[in-house]
Ligand binder design. Structure first.
Ligand SMILES: NC(=O)c1ccc[n+]([C@@H]2O[C@H](COP(=O)([O-])OP(=O)(O)OC[C@H]3O[C@@H](n4cnc5c(N)ncnc54)[C@H](OP(=O)(O)O)[C@@H]3O)[C@@H](O)[C@H]2O)c1
Length: 81
């Protein structure tokens, strides 16, 4: 898990850096947590369906122009990290 957790920390850092770099453009950079979702990653032991896990991804991909950038979200909102 050390490599996995480190990679996620790096993704969050990249999210903040890219959002700052692109703050004067319409492009939004955010990270999503799908929750524990039944996929190949965990041998389909996750308790959420792929449709449920994908919902925050779709939401962030379809943000309005005044939506957030540089954040980390699940379907309940901002995740502090
Ligand atoms: N499932 C969960 O509970 C959960 C929870 C939190 C976060 N996440 C995150 O959600 C993301 C997707 O996970 P998942 O659960 O959907 O996993 P998954 O079912 O194992 O799917 C991983 C995907 O990544 C692709 N992939 C792996 N190595 C690659 C590489 N070197 N180059 C290009 N593509 C590569 C795989 O492609 P192939 O199919 O072609 O191998 C596959 O489409 C991951 O970042 C994971 O950490 C998942």
């Amino acid at each position: 898990m050390l490599a996995y957790m480190s990679s996620k920390t790096a993704i969050n850092a990249m999210t903040v850096l890219f959002a700052k770099e692109l703050q004067d453009t319409p492009i939004k950079i955010n990270s999503a947590d799908p929750g524990y979702t039944a996929t190949d990653l965990n041998g389909h032991t996750g308790y959420r369906t792929v449709e449920q896990g994908a919902s925050i991804v779709v939401k962030l991909a379809t943000l309005p122009s005044d939506g957030p950038s540089g954040g980390f979200f699940d379907e309940n909102g901002v995740i502090p990290w």
